[in-house]
Design a protein around this ligand. Sequence first.
Ligand code: ATP
Length: 254
Amino acid sequence: MTAPAQPALAVESVGLQIGGARILADVSFSVPAGEMVGVIGPNGAGKTTLFNLISGVLKPTAGSIAINGQDVTGVPVHRRAKAGLGRTFQTSSLFPGLTVLENVRLCAQARLGGSFSVLRFPGAGDAATRTARENIEEVGLTAKSSVAAGDLSHGDKRKVEIAMLLAGDPALILLDEPMAGVASGDVPALSAIIRRMHRDRGCTVMMVEHHMDVVLGLVDRVAVMHHGSLLAIDTPDAVMADPTVQSAYLGEPV
Ligand SMILES: Nc1ncnc2c1ncn2[C@@H]1O[C@H](COP(=O)(O)OP(=O)(O)OP(=O)(O)O)[C@@H](O)[C@H]1O
């Protein structure tokens, strides 16, 4: 008999207390490999804190977190990247003065090894440059490879961040509000990129996103956070029909 596959992510009774404040309490769920899960909840519900705990920016004061069966509780951010975790942040993490190619190439260099420098002329045969070009192609930005990242629209900056993430070839991807600040006309293209990335790479994705229509249309399951607790985790239809979820949102901005 073969052992059941380890979940890509297992969060077990996780809590975070800062001073006297209970930020997160007793959050447990697991995500099978290849699934896409949305994380929703009113402002201040604890969504970003949950991502900070999974990615290692914060250390839980209770419970444990495992990536692909490997306990990473208390393991620093860079070692989680080695375990296959990649993350985008709510705020833009680009170098604005560098071109799209240079930004993505730095991430490819970080994964592939070799000199970590933008000063070296990126030759066409260079492995990091080849990888970066492929990732830029994946997000449809080839024509803007030589544009300074700071001169791009919000939507294109988000695409570059996804290309940078892909350069690290992560198996588990955390997207923190990928549509934040993006013009509404650019949202469908960005959603399509996320859908394609998930489908083509077979990676596991967790995504915090305030655009409900986007989340519900993309994900396999939705986790609902409220006051630092996990209220529900289920298919979009089941979650939207859940009276507890409905009352959690009543009168609260989503
Ligand atoms: N370091 C901290 N010290 C004290 N309180 C904190 C800290 N970090 C977060 N909080 C509080 O914890 C709660 C959860 O914050 P968090 O940013 O995780 O919520 P969120 O669901 O991501 O909200 P939003 O949708 O507005 O981004 C908030 O009430 C926030 O003020």
